[in-house]
Design a protein around this ligand. Structure first.
Ligand SMILES: NC(=O)c1ccc[n+]([C@@H]2O[C@H](COP(=O)([O-])OP(=O)(O)OC[C@H]3O[C@@H](n4cnc5c(N)ncnc54)[C@H](OP(=O)(O)O)[C@@H]3O)[C@@H](O)[C@H]2O)c1
Length: 230
């Protein structure tokens, strides 16, 4: 049985720990140089995962943007962009979302068992719907992705998904970018929800790298022995 994928959590947050705001317009928690860094990380992965709320709220394309990186992947026999992955219980996802309509890579929708039939009828033409059990647990998704040959998984949020990867102890690495401003509104989504995290005051995570990128800072935490600083 293959190993579960090396799993890298990536997100940008405000100084007060928010992933975004409640305003309709999306706020930029990163800058151009950091977006390019994230693009390079995407290009190094086999799959990128976001929660269904992020698909609805941000309508992300989740593609490798740099033509050079796309060509480098193609030269290695890979699709220009990684497989896209999402998870849902309610299946309130539109087949016309950019997640489904952009890029040639496979799209996987992990769905709670009771809604699989509905999900297949709505999203079957644009994605592979996978029965992920009830309740859906991230370790099942991780194992299934490993079975599909995914060796390196990038999880790009949002907070509910990050929380589960962390509390289920499935994360090998956290790449946290801190933007130089406050959101200041507790209705906004936070980096993580409540939970029992393996890293706490008695078991501190290992800070492996700190890098200033313009006006933001990248913090890389090693969360498992599989972490390597490349
Ligand atoms: N700053 C950043 O780097 C960054 C990155 C990504 C997202 N964001 C922001 O984060 C916010 C969204 O975060 P969020 O925490 O609200 O949501 P999220 O983690 O993106 O998605 C949560 C949704 O995923 C599905 N889901 C998650 N765990 C599940 C499980 N175990 N079983 C079944 N379904 C499951 C559910 O979808 P259904 O509701 O469809 O059942 C749930 O509502 C957005 O505002 C977005 O802009 C920021």
């Amino acid at each position: 049985m293959p190993d579960r994928p090396y799993t890298l959590l990536s997100c940008g947050m405000s100084l007060d720990g928010y992933l975004g705001s409640v305003a309709p317009r999306r706020i930029e928690l990163s800058n151009a140089a950091d977006f390019d860094r994230v693009d390079a990380v995407r290009a190094s992965c086999d799959a990128i995962m976001v929660g269904a709320a992020t698909v609805r709220r941000d309508n992300p394309r989740l593609l490798v943007r740099s033509p050079v990186r796309r060509e480098e992947r193609a030269a290695r026999g890979l699709a220009p962009s990684p497989i896209k992955v999402t998870v849902t219980e309610r299946v309130e996802l539109e087949a016309c979302a950019d997640f489904f309509t952009t890029g040639d890579a496979e799209k996987l929708v992990y769905c709670a068992s009771p809604r699989v039939v509905d999900a297949r009828s709505r999203l079957g033409p644009v994605a592979t719907v996978v029965d992920a059990g009830e309740p859906v647990q991230m370790h099942r998704i991780s194992d299934d992705l490993g079975d599909r040959g995914v060796q390196r998984l990038m999880v790009e949020g949002g907070g509910r998904v990050h929380t589960q990867f962390l509390t289920e102890n499935l994360a090998d690495e956290l790449q946290l970018v801190v933007a130089p401003f406050f959101v200041g509104d507790s209705r906004a989504p936070r980096f993580v929800r409540d939970g029992r995290f393996p890293w706490n005051p008695d078991r501190r995570a290992t800070l492996a790298q700190v890098r200033q990128i313009g006006d933001v800072v990248l913090l890389r935490y090693a969360l498992s022995p599989r972490f390597s600083l490349d």
